[in-house]
Each structure stands twice: as structure tokens, then as C-alpha cells.
Design a protein around this ligand. Structure first.
Ligand SMILES: Cc1ncc(COP(=O)(O)O)c(C=O)c1O
Length: 477
């Protein structure tokens, strides 16, 4: 066994990675228009799991150890699939605790895979039920914690060590890095830990609201309206992750907020993308919301002010969403030129290099791998001069290989269909439905020019985007 050849105390030492939580760098924005202000970004994406939540995960676990709520052999339980889950999974792995995360089933596979890879046990629960339902994820977590001996329910929405973590680490760090000269801090609210912890810290070091606490809230969340009017409105939907709420968490002391900005998804995503292009900083979707709020605040000022906001998590977590052109178009966040014909339904445009294709001389194995990689079930076959000469789908490959898998080495041209269902862009939607009824996909050709494919999924995405918005859409998205 490995342990027998290692020093005796090796297995009892927590890995050094936990000492890398916090003490994140602060950089000034230099290429965006900040009006008369200096705007600084605290790079929380540089924490070990890539988010601000590593700080509070460590703070809440260590407080539970001190208070006797968590002892060796204990189990950490939390309801989250987001960054808090990742932070807790890292801390649990490092300290040798069992961890169970209760995750609503609409959460992304990447996030679930990441916490599982860190050793967390995942308990999937329904995402279509709300507070009070026995399958509501927070209620499930509380129940599991009461049933499992030695379990500690973290509950970031109500745990006082969440804001305390920020009051004791994030606040003092900013204060030192800004050389005790800060006029405003722009935050988002998920659990309220950041707002409350920083608000308390800054009212101590610079009393009488010497540091303005500005909320940047996604459009659809109820918090902006609460700050501005004191009214509790019905929540809508938003795609930015980690911030915005449909209730006021116990940990969010909203009285600390001095002003608020409401930022919609489109502006949040565009701002995060601009941050990468102009400043080279890969932040997540909520970073876009905070930065957009901070820029609006800065540009409204008449006197120079020193303002701080956060890169709350890493944009790596959003490469297949906010940083993906096709996803952005599918969700309606980027506007493509409208032609008023079938070409508006093409999500993956051939000319823009967005279509995965096979060549007639490629092997069936290559075609199959490309289908798996792109998560599609057919590929257009395009020859060297850019002409579509066929289409190949999973059943074409299966027919060839089911008796003898060595046929995976055969050429695509031997298995593809060359009877093509081509439609000109001006064709009617009915012609598209007829193609689908024959079990095929439509190849859109403008004379000899290949524009792209239209599948059933593309038509459904298009229709979904053009349906009237309703509150229920949040559950569906
Ligand atoms: C992804 C993400 N999670 C969480 C937070 C902070 O939320 P909380 O209110 O839980 O401290 C932010 C923003 O600060 C965030 O961007």
C-alpha cells in the first residue's frame, strides 16, 4: 500500500490547496469606458474551484468543526448544483468528509460531473416543484440531514458563517488592496453572503454609508424592485447563473444596499464577452451582470470615484453557453440578420464554419466519432469543392457495421444517402414538415450554395424562441 512508504503523518495533512482560497488579485479595468471613475475587479475566478464560493465553503465548514456540528466521520449536506457545491466538495475531499449534494434535475451535466469527480454523492431531485413540496431540493437536503447521523446541513441561505466569511476575508482584502480608499462596491445577491458580509465590514471601517453598496440584479429577479420600491413582485425568468432570487434569503440584509441596477441577460452576456475581448478576463455570466451594473454606476458619476466589483466565477464554466455563438443565437441573445425565409431557421451556418460535416472519403468511424462529439445523429457529406454530395446518419452506419465492425473502416461514400432532400430558402414551412414526415432532415441550398441543415430540433428551437414569454418558461429553460 502506498501509505506504508509515505511519512507517517502524510494522510492526516489536508492538501495545501485549501490555503490558496482567498487572497485573490485585484486588477483595474483599463479598456472599458468607466466615466470619471477608477473601476477595479476582484478576481474570484482565481480560487481553486474557480469561484467566490470557495471562501464561504471553507468558512462554513470550519465554523461547523469549531462549533461541534461537524466531527471526523461526519457528512456535509447542501442543496446546490452551483459553485457552493463545488467549493464544499473540494473542502470535504480535502478534509476527508462524506458529502451529499441535493441537485435539481435541470442542472447542467457539466456541473454534476464536476462535483461527482470531486467525490460528492449526488442526490437528484425534481426541479419543477417549489418551496414546501416534499421534493423541493432544499427541503430534501434538510430531511436527509435530520436522518443521517453526524450530518451537517450547510444551508448557505441562512448560515451566518456565510456572510461572516466575507466580512473576515473578502472585505479586509479589498480594503488593503485599495489602500483604504473605496467609494463603492457593486455586488450581486444569490444567498446574500457577499452583500451582507461586505456591507457589515465597510460600515465598520467607513461608517455612515461611506462605502456605497450597489446591487446589480438580473432582470426577472425580485430584488431590484424590492430595493427601489419596497414592493415584492412576482419573479420572472433569467439565464444568468448564481445571482438573482425569487425570495429574500435570510442572509441578505437588503437594508445595506444604497442603490440598484437591473441588468437583463442580453446585456450581462454581452458585457462578459466584452470583458474577455477587451481586458482578457474570462469571467462567468454573473460577472457580466456585475460589470454592467458597475459601468452604469461609474458613467453616471460626476466626480471621480474608486469602485470595486467582482469576477465571481470563471467563464470556463460557460464556454458551451454564453461564449458559444450557436447557443447565443438559439436562445435569442445575439441578433442575426433576418431574411424572412427558411434560412432564419438554420442554427449552424455552413459559411460561418458552424456545421460539422464528413467527407466522402472519410471512414465511417470518423463520421461516427464526429456525430458523438457534436451530439448529432446525422452529418452532411461535403466534397472537396464544398458541394453537398450526401447525408449520413446513425442507421446508415449501423446497416454497414452491425454484422462486422471492421466496416467502420469503409468510406462514408459507401454508406451515405445521395438522394437529398434539398429546399431553397424561399420554401414554405409545410415543405419542411413533409421532409420531417419522411424521417429526413432538410438541406437548405441557395442554388448551388449550401447554407445548412434544418432538423426537427432546429424548428422547435425557432418556435420556442418566438413564443410569447411566460413565467413558466423559467422552469423549462
Ligand atoms: C456565480 C455567483 N455565485 C454567487 C455569487 C454571490 O452570491 P452570494 O449572495 O451567495 O454571496 C455571485 C456574485 O457575487 C456569483 O456571481
Amino acid at each position: 500500500m502506498i501509505s506504508s512508504i509515505l511519512p507517517a503523518d502524510f494522510s492526516r495533512k489536508a492538501p495545501a490547496i485549501l490555503s490558496l482560497i482567498g487572497d485573490t488579485p485585484l486588477v483595474e479595468v483599463t479598456r472599458l469606458d468607466t466615466g470619471p471613475c477608477h473601476l477595479f475587479l476582484k478576481l474570484e475566478n482565481q480560487n481553486p474551484t474557480g469561484s467566490i464560493k470557495d471562501r464561504v465553503a471553507l468558512a462554513m465548514v470550519e465554523a461547523a468543526e469549531r462549533d461541534g456540528h461537524l466531527a471526523p466521520g461526519g457528512t456535509i449536506i447542501e442543496a446546490t448544483a452551483g459553485n457552493t457545491g463545488l467549493g464544499l466538495a473540494l473542502v470535504a475531499a480535502a478534509k476527508g468528509y462524506r458529502i451529499i449534494l441535493v441537485i435539481p434535475d435541470k442542472m447542467s451535466q457539466e456541473k454534476i460531473a464536476h462535483v461527482r469527480a470531486l467525490g460528492a454523492e449526488v442526490h437528484l431531485t425534481r426541479s419543477d416543484v417549489t418551496r414546501g413540496h416534499p421534493e423541493y431540493y432544499q427541503d430534501v437536503a434538510a430531511r436527509l440531514a435530520s436522518e443521517i447521523p453526524g450530518a451537517f446541513y450547510v444551508n448557505q441561505f441562512g448560515n451566518p458563517n456565510n456572510p461572516l466569511g466575507h466580512e473576515r476575508s473578502t472585505g479586509p482584502e479589498i480594503w488593503e488592496q485599495m489602500r483604504h480608499d473605496v467609494d463603492a462596491v457593486v455586488v450581486g445577491v444569490g444567498s446574500g453572503g457577499t452583500l451582507t458580509g461586505l456591507g457589515r465590514f465597510f460600515s465598520r471601517v467607513k461608517p455612515r454609508r461611506g462605502v456605497e453598496m450597489i446591487l446589480a440584479d438580473p432582470a426577472g429577479s425580485i430584488l431590484y424592485e424590492w430595493v427601489k420600491t419596497g414592493k415584492m413582485v412576482e419573479s420572472g425568468s433569467w439565464a444568468v447563473e448564481g445571482i438573482g432570487e425569487d425570495f429574500i434569503p435570510d442572509n441578505a440584509d437588503m437594508s445595506l444596499v444604497t442603490d440598484a441596477f437591473e441588468i437583463d441577460d442580453r446585456e450581462s452576456f454581452a458585457t462578459a464577452r466584452e470583458l474577455l475581448r477587451k481586458e482578457g478576463i474570462l469571467g462567468g455570466s454573473s460577472t457580466g451582470t456585475l460589470l454592467a451594473g458597475a459601468l452604469r454606476y461609474c458613467r453616471q458619476q460626476t466626480k471621480p470615484k474608486r469602485v470595486v466589483t467582482f469576477v465571481c466565477d470563471s467563464g470556463n464554466k460557460y464556454l458551451s453557453k454564453m461564449f458559444n455563438e450557436v447557443w447565443m443565437a438559439e436562445q435569442g441573445f445575439v441578433t442575426r440578420p433576418v431574411h424572412g425565409d427558411l434560412s432564419d431557421l438554420i442554427l449552424h451556418r455552413y459559411e460561418a464554419g458552424e456545421v460539422v460535416t464528413a467527407g466522402p472519403a472519410d471512414t465511417l468511424l470518423t463520421a461516427f466519432k464526429r456525430m458523438r462529439q457534436a451530439d448529432v445523429s446525422q452529418l452532411p457529406v461535403v466534397n472537396e469543392s464544398g458541394r453537398v454530395v450526401g447525408i449520413i446518419d446513425e442507421s446508415d452506419i449501423l446497416v454497414k457495421v452491425h454484422r462486422d465492425a471492421s466496416h467502420f473502416n469503409d468510406e462514408v461514400s459507401t454508406a451515405m444517402t445521395d438522394r437529398l432532400e434539398t429546399l431553397p430558402p424561399r420554401a414554405r414551412i409545410n415543405s419542411l414538415l413533409e421532409v420531417f414526415d419522411r424521417g429526413r432532415v432538410a438541406i437548405v441550398m441557395d442554388d448551388a450554395k449550401f447554407l445548412g441543415l434544418i432538423t426537427r430540433t432546429d424548428l422547435l428551437s425557432y418556435l420556442r424562441l418566438h413564443m410569447p414569454k411566460s413565467p413558466a418558461e423559467r422552469e423549462l429553460s
